[in-house]
Write a protein that binds this ligand. Structure first.
Ligand code: ZN
Length: 241
């Protein structure tokens, strides 16, 4: 099955912060897009500065899974676009939210909770322990996935109880974090995956790219069902007394 991914990147740090530009001169989206294509996904990119942030009705109608990276410009995302994306998720589009996307408008809108975390940018190693090895997203990871340098996120992650907890991260500084989680909202599947701070080359790690690719495949809507019949006022099917 062809999965049509729209990879959305705020694309702000890479243009305004020299430290980030050194790590991702082409932009995070231009690193991840070819990697995901190599995993067999159909990928189009979109950024904040595109008209309608690249997420107009036609673009979303042609999207099976929306992948989201944002951080500094969460508030610059138009509410009407957030509502449009939320409606598409409710109708069945998958959503994969990366790293600081935990505080994006769309993620908070769909979770309904503050979505805050503890954090620290230092010299932590992140060891992501796989707690559901049978899940398709965790395929081939073994016991854990280790990232040499990452930003620390610590509990409590203020999200609703996940439907599936796939990985728990441990950081050198001693904290832990639920770092790969799934939910369903309406007909749409949501996957949150923690790593990916902009000053570390995390998205160049093959195992990380593979998890994101499998997450997109997992979140894609199944079958050819199409739009369900609309809910509205109806005449009775049987003759009423
Ligand atoms: Zn970060």
């Amino acid at each position: 099955m062809t999965v049509r991914v729209r990879l959305w990147n705020e694309f702000w740090h890479e243009r305004h912060n020299p430290e980030v530009r050194k790590v991702y001169p082409e932009g995070i989206h231009e690193v991840l897009a070819p990697a995901l294509r190599a995993h067999g996904l159909e990928v189009r990119t979109a950024t904040l500065e595109d008209p309608e942030h690249g997420l107009d009705e036609a673009a979303l109608a042609a999207t099976d899974v929306l992948l989201w990276w944002g951080h500094k410009q969460h508030e610059a995302v138009a509410d009407r676009v957030v509502e449009r994306v939320a409606a598409r998720v409710h109708a069945g589009m998958g959503l994969v939210v990366l790293h600081s996307g935990h505080f994006s408008k769309i993620f908070r809108r769909l979770m309904g909770t503050p979505c805050t975390v503890n954090w620290r940018v230092a010299t932590d190693t992140e060891r992501m322990w796989v707690v559901k090895p049978e899940h398709p997203i965790c395929e081939g990871l073994g016991r854990y996935l280790e990232i040499p340098r990452e930003e620390m996120y610590g509990e409590v992650f203020e999200v609703p109880e996940p439907e599936e907890l796939l990985m728990i991260s441990w950081f050198t500084g001693g904290e832990v974090f639920r770092s790969a989680l799934t939910w369903t909202r309406g007909r749409g599947k949501i996957f949150y995956f923690r790593p990916g701070h902009e000053t570390y080359p995390t998205y160049r790690i093959a195992a990380v790219q593979a998890v994101i690719a499998r997450g997109c495949r997992w979140a894609a809507p199944r079958g050819e069902g199409g739009a369900p019949p609309q809910n509205q006022r109806r005449e009775p099917i049987e003759r009423l007394p």
